[in-house]
Design a protein around this ligand. Structure first.
Ligand SMILES: *Cc1c(COP(=O)(O)O)cnc(C)c1O
Length: 383
């Protein structure tokens, strides 16, 4: 059971993010234990959470970074990550961002289209450098997840379609200022079944074999991220099943001599260590419903409004009271500003602390200032 220092919360203005650093440390240790293969390189997908306190822990644990913007590259460097451990994806890399990445000496550009490859080649020439690149392939695998977070299907803005891959590989090989390192894949997010990852391995094996026959060897295979977490019962699975995840790649990917596998995990690293803590402002009796109006809204945690996601809701102030049904809603002027409908929770009173669990990934980082609200502060379990 997660422990919250509720008596200390009384001193703090709400809403805020609270991070359990001991859980983060245990999660990082488990990733290192289960990914122990020397050919495996784990990058943290910084877009999930770029809080400096979180980044420093992940950096100290020896992980690399997966960035999707120049701002993320800068945040990673600021937190102490080596440029040579940063990979950089994204369909819309601007010239300025590409130049920053070249200057930072990143490990690899994950290139998503032919015109992008041409610009990287040109900017690398001007900078007098050779840009390491991997081609992001759209593997056409259905990851059975929400349509907005599925990225691996054929009709998608991400990656290069399989039918166009061979020509682009040919072009990349002829360029003077890019070095083709490998292939990159990312099939989606919050994937809770192992089957899509097995399908991905099989697809990669076929591709790698096909190109090896043509004499093209890829040094690096990047399988992206996407491992899901238990949003329904965060205390049942505080740490995702990394053992099964990494074993799937160990057992299903056919690697040749000297080949590396790169992973880009975001949500599974940080989601469970974070909670959004909010205070109840009012309990409002409707006609058929009872509303608990809290002081956090979609400005602090947008996932419910954006993806219809559900975060487990807990009443920290009176965990054992008699249970009633509540709609838990925020103060923002949008009807989608709702964290839960008909939630069965111990009796809620004004001033109670409510936790929205599993909010460490895509929570604080997606906060906005809509309605001129300030961005939420963050606190850690250890000072
Ligand atoms: C978002 C993203 C990830 C991380 O996804 P998670 O589901 O958080 O693990 C990895 N790689 C790329 C290219 C991404 O865009």
């Amino acid at each position: 059971m997660a422990r919250f220092p509720v008596s200390e919360f009384k001193e703090l203005p709400t809403p805020f993010y609270f991070y359990d650093l001991s859980l983060l440390d245990r999660t990082l240790a488990e990733i290192k234990r289960t990914a122990r293969d020397p050919r495996f390189k784990v990058h943290y997908a910084i877009k999930a959470n770029a809080n400096p306190g979180i980044l420093r822990r992940i950096q100290a644990a020896g992980f690399g970074v997966d960035a999707v913007s120049g701002g993320e590259i800068a945040a990673a460097v600021e937190a102490g990550f080596e440029g040579g451990k940063i990979v950089y994806a994204g369909v819309g890399k601007s010239d300025r961002e590409i130049i920053l990445a070249l200057e930072t000496g990143i490990e690899c550009f994950n290139v998503e289209s032919l015109p992008e490859l041409e610009i990287i080649d040109e900017l690398a020439r001007k900078a007098g450098r050779k840009a390491p690149v991997a081609l992001r392939v759209n593997p056409d695998i259905d990851a059975h997840t929400h349509e907005y977070i599925t990225t691996g299907l054929a009709e998608n803005k991400f990656g290069i379609n399989l039918g166009q891959l061979s020509e682009i590989i040919g072009t990349a090989q002829e360029m003077d200022n890019v070095e083709l390192r490998g292939l990159h894949f990312h099939i989606g997010s919050q994937i809770t079944e192992i089957e899509p990852f097995i399908l991905l391995c099989e697809k990669i094996n076929r591709l790698v074999e096909e190109y090896e026959k043509k004499g093209i060897r890829f040094k690096s295979i990047n399988v992206g991220g996407g491992l899901g977490i238990d949003y329904a019962e965060p205390d049942r699975h505080p740490i995702p099943d990394f053992e099964t995840y990494f074993n799937t790649f160990r057992n299903h990917l056919k690697l040749s001599e000297g080949q590396e596998v790169h992973f880009e995990l975001g949500r599974s690293v940080v989601a469970q260590c974070g909670s959004l803590i909010t205070r109840v402002l009012y309990v409002k009796e409707g006609v058929t419903k009872r509303f608990a109006i809290v002081d956090a809204g979609m400005t602090e945690l947008i996932r419910p409004a954006l993806y219809n996601a559900h975060h487990k809701i807990e009443n920290l102030s009176s965990p054992n009271g008699e249970r009633h049904h509540y709609d838990i809603v925020g103060p923002i002027c949008e009807s989608s500003d709702c964290f839960g409908k008909d939630e069965l929770l111990p009796a809620i009173r004004r001033g109670d602390f409510i936790a929205l669990r599993s909010a460490g990934a895509y929570g604080e980082i997606m906060a906005s200032q809509y309605n001129c609200r300030p961005l939420p502060p963050s606190y850690f379990s250890e000072k």
